[in-house]
Design a protein around this ligand. Structure first.
Ligand code: BES
Ligand code: ZN
Length: 630
C-alpha cells in the first residue's frame, strides 16, 4: 500500500523538483520565460556564422562572431546553448573565461561569458565563439540516404522555432532579440547549401548568405542536400531533390500571384527573395516560414494545388511573425493567429467573385473553429490553462509542450471578432497595414497590440466593449463566436444527416462537386461524432473514392475514422502513413487514437519505437508523451 502511494506521488514530486530546479538556476529571463539570456544587459545586433557541414560526424563545426551592443553596464554576457561543445571564446583576440551551467531539460543551458573589464552602456563588443554542435541537436535533423528520395546521399536541415536555435548556435534564443546575419558554409561539392537569407553562388565548396533584415534566432535556418531548382517567379525559386522537382514546379507555379495578393493587403514584401524548399518526408511541420526560404513538406504536392493555403500561410508570416514578431512564445498568437487571419483573407482575394470569396473565407474560418472545438473541448479540456490565448509559460512550461491550435484558431477568431466590431474588412484592413508599418522590425507583446488597436480606433464605441481579459487570459472556448456564413458548410451538414440515416443510400454524386476542403470538413465532422460501424465506413470509403485522394489532410482524417471505427484491416495503412511522413499535426492525433484503442496500443508503441531513431527530435519527444512511454 505504502509503496503504491509513493509511486502515485512520484510524478507530482518530479514536477515539483523540475520547477524548483528551473527556479534555482535563476534561469529564465523576465523578458522571456523560455530563455536564459539577458538581452536587457547587452543585445545581439549581428552574427557572422562560419560552419563546416560534417555528414560523417553529423555535426556543424565552426564559429560565430557576435556583435553586441551594451544596454546597461555589465561584466557578463549570457547566452542560450543546448548540446553545444564550446571550444573557445574570444574578444579582440584575447581568450575569455566562460561557464556552461548544468542543463535544465528541455531548455538547454546558460552560457556565461565573463568580460575582462565591465562594459559600459553604448559599448560595442564582438565576441567570437568556436564550437561544434551535437549529433543529437534537437534543432537539426541528419537524414540517412534512405530517408531521402535519391537514396544515395545524406541530408541535413534545421528547425529553429520555437527554441531550438540554441542547439545550432550559441545565441540569445528569444524572439525579443532580432539581429542581422551573414554566413559562410562549407559542404562537399555535390551538395547544395541553403539558408534563410540571400544566397551567393558557391565558390570552392563555400556558399555565402546575407540576411540584412533583423530576424529572431528561430529564423536562422540551414538545409544541405543534393538539390535542384527551378525558377517559379521573378523573385522565387523552388528547391528540392530531382525526383520531386517537376511536381514542385507545377504545384507552386502560382507563388508570384500569392505574393502580389499579399502585398496588396499588407504592404511591400521586404525580404527581396521568396524561395521554397520542399523537404524529404521526415519534415515535421506543414510548413516553416524561414526568412527568404519557406520550408514545406512533400505532402504539399497534392497534384491539384489544394494545399495552396499552406503556402499562403507561410508567405503571410513574411509580415506577421517575421517582420512583426512575438516577443516570446506566450504571445505566439501574434505570429500564428494573425497569420491564419491574413492567410484566409489572401486566399479568398484570389477568388474573383466577391460573394464566393466571402463564403470561402467564412467556410475556412468554420473549419478552423471545428479544429479549435476539437482541441479545446475534446483534447485539452476547457479549463486547461494552455487554452488561454496568452498562456503562462513561466515555471518551466516548454513552448513545444503548450503547442496547439489555440493560438492559431482562437487568435484568428479574435481578430475576426475585432474586424466585425470595427466596421468590417475595409476599415480593419487599413488598421492591419498600419499595425504592420508601426511594429515592423520589432518584437511585441499582446498588451502592445491592444494599446495600439484601442488608440487607432479611439473614436469607435464598439471596440470599447471588448472584454480583453476574457479573450486574452481566460481558458476555454472564445467568449463570442462570429456570425460566419454557413452556405458552403450547409451542403456538408445536409450530407451528414443522410449518412447517419440508415434508410438512405450513399452515392458518389453526394460529394462529386465538393471541393477538397468540403470533403475535409465532412471527414472532420465524422471524427467529431460517434464512430460509424466498420461496414458503413467501408461503404462510404469505397463509394466516395477516398483512397484516390492524394491530399494528406484527407488521408489523415480518413485513417483516424478507420481507427475510431476499429477497422483492424486498415491498421497496415495507418502504420504505413505514420511511418512514411513526419508531420506532427497528422501523426500525433493518429497515435493518440491508437493509444485509446486498447487492443492495438502495444502494437502502436512497438511501431513507434522502431521508427523513433529516424524521427525528428520534437516529434519523437511529443509522441512518447502521447503514447505514455516512460
Ligand atoms: N511557424 C509554424 C511552424 C511551427 C510552429 C514550428 C511552432 C515550430 C513551432 C508554421 O508557420 C505553421 O504554422 N505551420 C502549421 C501549418 C500551417 C499551414 C497552419 C503547422 O505546421 O502546423
Ligand atoms: Zn504559422
Amino acid at each position: 500500500m505504502a509503496g503504491n502511494c509513493v509511486y502515485a506521488m512520484l510524478p507530482c514530486f518530479l514536477v515539483l523538483l523540475h520547477f524548483i530546479q528551473v527556479r534555482a538556476m535563476g534561469a529564465l529571463s523576465p523578458l522571456d520565460p523560455s530563455s536564459f539570456s539577458k538581452p536587457d544587459l547587452a543585445i545581439m545586433k549581428h552574427v557572422s556564422i562560419f560552419w563546416n557541414v560534417d555528414f560523417d560526424k553529423k555535426i556543424l563545426d565552426g564559429s560565430v562572431a557576435i556583435n553586441f551592443e551594451v544596454l546597461q553596464s555589465t561584466s557578463e554576457l549570457i547566452l542560450d546553448v543546448k548540446n553545444l561543445t564550446i571550444e573557445k571564446v574570444e574578444l579582440d583576440g584575447t581568450p575569455l573565461q566562460y561557464k556552461v551551467d548544468n542543463e535544465v531539460p528541455p531548455f538547454g543551458a546558460k552560457l556565461t561569458i565573463t568580460l575582462p573589464k565591465p562594459a559600459a552602456t553604448g559599448d560595442k563588443l564582438k565576441i567570437i565563439i568556436k564550437y561544434i554542435t551535437s549529433p543529437s541537436a534537437p534543432g537539426l535533423q541528419w537524414l540517412k540516404p534512405k530517408q531521402t528520395l535519391g537514396k544515395t546521399h545524406p541530408y541535413v536541415y534545421s528547425q529553429g522555432e520555437p527554441v531550438h536555435a540554441r542547439s545550432i548556435l550559441p545565441c540569445q534564443d528569444t524572439p525579443t532579440v532580432k539581429f542581422t546575419y551573414d554566413a559562410e558554409v562549407t559542404a562537399p561539392k555535390e551538395f547544395t547549401v541553403l539558408m534563410s537569407g540571400l544566397r551567393s553562388e558557391p565558390k570552392n565548396n563555400k556558399t555565402s548568405f546575407q540576411q540584412s533584415v533583423p530576424i529572431p534566432a528561430y529564423l536562422v535556418a540551414l538545409a544541405v542536400g543534393v538539390l535542384e531548382y527551378r525558377k517559379i517567379g521573378p523573385r522565387s525559386l523552388v528547391w528540392t531533390e530531382k525526383e520531386n522537382i517537376e511536381k514542385s514546379e507545377w504545384e507552386l507555379a502560382e507563388v508570384e500571384n500569392y505574393l502580389q495578393a499579399a502585398e496588396k493587403l499588407c504592404g511591400k514584401y521586404e525580404w527581396t527573395q521568396y524561395d521554397v524548399l520542399v523537404l524529404p518526408p521526415a519534415f515535421p511541420h506543414t510548413g516553416m516560414e524561414n526568412s527568404c526560404l519557406t520550408f514545406l513538406p512533400p505532402s504539399v504536392l497534392a497534384g491539384d494545388r489544394s494545399m495552396s493555403h499552406n503556402v499562403i500561410h507561410e508567405i503571410m508570416h513574411s509580415w506577421t511573425g517575421n517582420l512583426v514578431t512575438n516577443t516570446n512564445f506566450e504571445h505566439f498568437w501574434l505570429n500564428e493567429g494573425f497569420t491564419v487571419f491574413l492567410e484566409r483573407k489572401v486566399s479568398a482575394s484570389l477568388i474573383s467573385d466577391k460573394e464566393e470569396a466571402r463564403k470561402s473565407r467564412d467556410f475556412h474560418s468554420l473549419l478552423g473553429l471545428q479544429d479549435l472545438t476539437d482541441t479545446v473541448k475534446d483534447h485539452l479540456g476547457v479549463t486547461n490553462p494552455i487554452t488561454r490565448l496568452v498562456p503562462d509559460l513561466t515555471g518551466g512550461v516548454h513552448p513545444d509542450d503548450s503547442f496547439s491550435s489555440v493560438p492559431y484558431e482562437k487568435g484568428s477568431l479574435f481578430l475576426r471578432y475585432l474586424e466585425d466590431l470595427s466596421g468590417g474588412p475595409d476599415v480593419f484592413d487599413d488598421f492591419m497595414r498600419s499595425y504592420i508599418k508601426k511594429f515592423r522590425r520589432q518584437s511585441i507583446n499582446s498588451e502592445q497590440f491592444k494599446a495600439y488597436l484601442l488608440d487607432y480606433f479611439k473614436d469607435n464605441q464598439n471596440l470599447k466593449t471588448v472584454d480583453w481579459n476574457t479573450w486574452l487570459y481566460t481558458s476555454g472556448m472564445p467568449p463570442v463566436i462570429p456570425d460566419y456564413d454557413t452556405s458552403l458548410a450547409k451542403e456538408v451538414s445536409k450530407l451528414l444527416s443522410t449518412i447517419y440515416n440508415d434508410n438512405t443510400t450513399i452515392d458518389y454524386n453526394d460529394v462529386k462537386k465538393f471541393t477538397p476542403h468540403q470533403f475535409i470538413h465532412l471527414l472532420q465532422e465524422l471524427i467529431n461524432r460517434s464512430p460509424l460501424t466498420v461496414d458503413k465506413l467501408r461503404t462510404l470509403g469505397e463509394i466516395y473514392k477516398v483512397s484516390e485522394s492524394k491530399n494528406a489532410e484527407i488521408a489523415y482524417r480518413w485513417l483516424r475514422l478507420c481507427i475510431r471505427s476499429r477497422d483492424l484491416s486498415k491498421l497496415n495503412d495507418v502504420f504505413e502513413f505514420v511511418n512514411n511522413q513526419g508531420i506532427m499535426n497528422y501523426i500525433r492525433p493518429i497515435y493518440r487514437d491508437l493509444y485509446d484503442w486498447k487492443e492495438v496500443r502495444e502494437q502502436a508503441r512497438e511501431n513507434f519505437l522502431k521508427q523513433e531513431p529516424d524521427m525528428f527530435h520534437v516529434a519523437a519527444y511529443t509522441i512518447r508523451q502521447d503514447l505514455h512511454i516512460n
